[in-house]
Design a protein around this ligand. Structure first.
Ligand SMILES: Nc1ncnc2c1ncn2[C@@H]1O[C@H](COP(=O)(O)OP(=O)(O)OP(=O)(O)O)[C@@H](O)[C@H]1O
Ligand SMILES: [Mg+2]
Length: 422
């Protein structure tokens, strides 16, 4: 639940106007939630004048819930969000009531008067905010520091904790501080200890920055949904691949006709923007081979186990992000005839046309070949791409689809028409 304190007119590069709500209206919003739903923890964001700060401090005191104070003073665009008298009010009235305070570097400098140039300075500032200003814990954030890692320093009950994440080279950092402090508050509400809540919040915000939304001319917003979407989508991909494998297995005696020497693999990627590397594509470890009259699926699907099929999928997704699954089956005249008679859209590539500089790159051929085949159709992703192979490279057929189940169905339909005799 949120209680609005100010309405801002802002975009990714500037704050154009600020309109503060009357303090009584802020209090009424907090009371409306607290008296009905209850509050396990809360966090403050922009509190833009001394009257609002006093009203919030008194209301929080009355209900006594755990409070994360994000001492918002300066927007990412550099705009000052707090007047000097308000800064004094915040330090005097809100910090002593805070379970955790989360200043960025300029804010920690403004509160403590320490100039922060090193982790040692950050530790000193965090300790002062607790010992001199009365907060229970302080996190001095590292977003405004330099270096390979973005390091946050927590001081809590006489101990320092360090939370480190690789600095994401991205300007999708609008809202990092807000989302980070909200995540800490959410952790406290769930009953996590302060260090645990900060640890999870750190992972959460790193993911949110990594998959931030590139929009606007300035700092694009972070993507807080990534934290939930990635595990959910990974689950859905694995589940879909298991269904696809089951479908192939049930028609094993037919599918066996199109198993190539290198075996079949079938893979599926996370949706965009989460599909970036072969680690974001799941497939069957050990691949699908012939066995007795049918086929064998040796293991459950896993992420990051197929480079070949993953590269093909990631390449077609650049043209059509909806096409997230592929498999490789045998290539021969009968497969080609089956594809034609089913009316499936097909294209192909010939490794002899591959530029020599691409050949040097490990795995480059699949990317180049699939791109060539898709471009041949004006950028439309076909159902099927033939790789005619070359000396020592078995020719193969790639089958594409929106998900693994769709690909499995196409394979069964093709295989049904192969090896039936004239
Ligand atoms: N480029 C980055 N890569 C990784 N982590 C980052 C990056 N920038 C910020 N962070 C992390 O994001 C969190 C928020 O820190 P930051 O210093 O950006 O807060 P802030 O300046 O208050 O943000 P805001 O401008 O949104 O209020 C911290 O955990 C920080 O380490
Ligand atoms: Mg901030």
């Amino acid at each position: 639940m949120s209680a609005i304190t100010s309405i801002t007119a802002q975009n990714t590069y500037e704050v154009r106007a600020i309109h503060d709500l009357p303090p009584s209206m802020v209090v009424a919003q907090i009371e409306a939630v607290a008296d009905d739903i209850g509050v396990d923890a809360a966090k403050t964001g922009m509190l833009s004048n001394a009257d609002i700060i006093r009203a919030v401090a008194e209301t929080v005191e009355r209900y006594g819930f755990p409070l994360v104070v994000d001492p918002v003073m300066i927007a990412k665009s550099g705009a000052k969000l707090l007047r000097d008298d308000a800064i004094e009010a915040l330090v005097r009235m809100l910090l002593p009531r805070a379970t955790v305070v989360t200043p960025n570097r300029p804010e920690a400098e403004r509160i403590t008067g320490i100039s922060i140039r090193s982790l040692e300075d950050a530790r000193e500032a965090a300790r002062l905010i607790v010992e001199d200003y009365g907060a229970e814990a302080a996190v001095v954030k590292g977003g405004h520091m330099q270096g390979e890692f973005s390091v946050d320093i927590l001081y809590y009950r006489g101990r320092f904790y360090e939370f480190k994440a690789r600095r994401v080279p991205s300007n999708t950092t609008h809202g990092t501080g807000c989302s980070f402090s909200a995540a800490i508050a959410a952790g406290l509400a769930k009953g996590r200890s302060v260090p645990e809540a900060v640890e999870v919040a750190k992972e959460f915000i790193t993911t949110a920055i990594e998959y931030g939304l590139r929009l606007g001319r300035g700092h694009g917003p972070v993507n807080p949904v990534a934290w939930m979407a990635i595990p959910a989508e990974r689950f859905r991909v694995l589940e879909n691949l298991e269904r696809a494998a089951k479908l192939l297995l049930e028609r094993g005696e037919v599918v066996a006709r199109v198993v190539p020497e290198v075996f079949i693999n079938i893979g599926m990627a996370l949706p965009t923007p989460y599909a970036r590397t072969p680690m974001d594509v799941a497939a069957i470890p050990g691949r699908i081979g012939r066995y007795r009259e049918g086929i064998i699926v040796p293991a459950k699907p896993e992420f990051g186990v197929s480079r070949h099929i993953a590269r093909a999928i990631l390449t077609v997704m650049e043209f059509d992000p909806e096409i997230r699954a592929a498999a490789n089956i045998a290539y021969n005249g009968e497969v080609e005839e089956a594809v034609r008679s089913l009316g499936l859209v097909h294209s192909s590539f010939d490794r002899r046309e591959e530029p020599p500089e691409v050949k040097m790159v490990e795995g480059g051929t699949t990317v180049w070949g699939v791109k060539t085949a898709v471009r041949r159709l004006g950028g439309r992703v076909p159902d099927v791409v033939y790789d005619y192979g070359e000396h020592g490279k078995e020719p193969l057929t790639f089958v594409f689809g929106r998900d693994a189940v769709e690909v499995a169905r196409k394979i069964v339909r093709i295989a049904e028409r192969v090896g039936r005799g004239p």
